[in-house]
Write a protein that binds this ligand. Sequence first.
Ligand SMILES: [Zn+2]
Length: 494
Amino acid sequence: MYHGEFFTMPTRLLLLALAACLSVAGQPAAHQALPAPISADTLKAHVSFLASDALQGRDTPSAGLDVAAEYIASQFRRYGLQAAGSDGYFQVAPYVMVRQPMDAFELTIESGGKTWKAPKDRVAASTAAAVSLSSVEVVKVLLPDENAALPAKETVQGKAVVLVSGPAHSRAMLQRRQELLGLGPAIVVTAGFVGSSDGELRQAGAQSAPRAPLVTTSDPEFTAFAQALADGARLSATIPAPVEEPVTLKNVIATLPGSDAQLKDSYVLLTAHYDHIGVSPRGDGDRINNGANDDASGVATVLALAEAFSKLPQRPRRTLVFMTYFGEEKGLLGSRWYASNPVVPLASTVANLNFEHMGRTDDNEGSRAGRITTTGFDYTTLGDTLSAAGKLTGMEVWKHDRNSDSFFARSDNQALADAGVPAITVLAAWIFPDYHRPSDHWDRLDYDNMRNAVATGAIAVSRVADSTEAPQWIESNPKVAKYLKAWRELHGMH
Ligand SMILES: [Zn+2]
């Protein structure tokens, strides 16, 4: 759905709303006028650049991602924010890209007078070191479902395992496979999906747990061959060692120091991920996944908040930290990195508002115009803070009965929540028609609605930043127990 009508709500109204809020909060007169930098055009400018084809879908790692990082840093520079990374605004994270060369790959299994030779174009191999096996005894292991018992260690140790497992690739099933690899077989060969993986990202210096080599094949002939495997079958294989290439990834971090002598040593984190999923390896026509709503819209939100707060005549009392992450789409890499390497103490970090999907209103379940929502809506007091802010901007702040909890782990707030920091993701739409597709284009966002959503966020942030009371995990919610435990540990309580 395309939204061509912008500017339906005069900026002035928002200003009045902001002023009203700030006077309700009992702040000094200096707080009562924001210089109105949150405009639909500003948001559109950020999103249209970040989601342009020139950035090639901002895969982690990629040149397009680096250009996005430079753009974000240049905006922080323009607002006069303090650099808080290890290299100016960049928090540099050393990673390696681990690739498996397949040129010299060979694998054959001989069974009952027949030979199966692994076809290179239908095979994925994962090994920590070079493999050279010659006529190794084969044992067949059946794991029909995730409750099936693993074989005894002695039966597989040093042998070549042909694994015939159930079709469900659930997390539990993958876990069973990991356990099997840990029993010390010489190699495990199994049927499965083989994508066009161009490597695996790993933190530099991090050793992966020692485990057996795993070969997955999508060759349909393998399945029949494995089913009919005869006694005395033998496997031979040559797999080259993986190749590691250093990769530098970056979170982009800036701070706006607080104005209050005490509260300035406490922090409110405002975050979004600036990566997306890059260019699809195959398909007809447009293959660039532009990631406009996911999550150029969140980055634009963080930038707009940074600009708005940096232009206030009097800064908020707590310090605001503006941060955009790499690698969310690869499994929350940037936020996990930050939580392990925080630039301000996590114990003094009172809240994290993470922003995703702020621009689209055409949710698969229906229109979300005039509404914003959060994950973990009733996990923390931040849900109520946003609801109060919405009363001033006219945005309805609502809880989705199912998604509120089930989406909590699907974005970067999770990494901070695990560390104990009250952390939620704020969004307008959950899943929308172009989600993770090349058609997630910048011209499909409703920027007028987005400006109101961002202004609602701004009011909530302003309240958290100016209040002496820090946001809390809601103890009465049983789903919060592990985060509350982490929060207590973070604050030296047991
Ligand atoms: Zn996202």
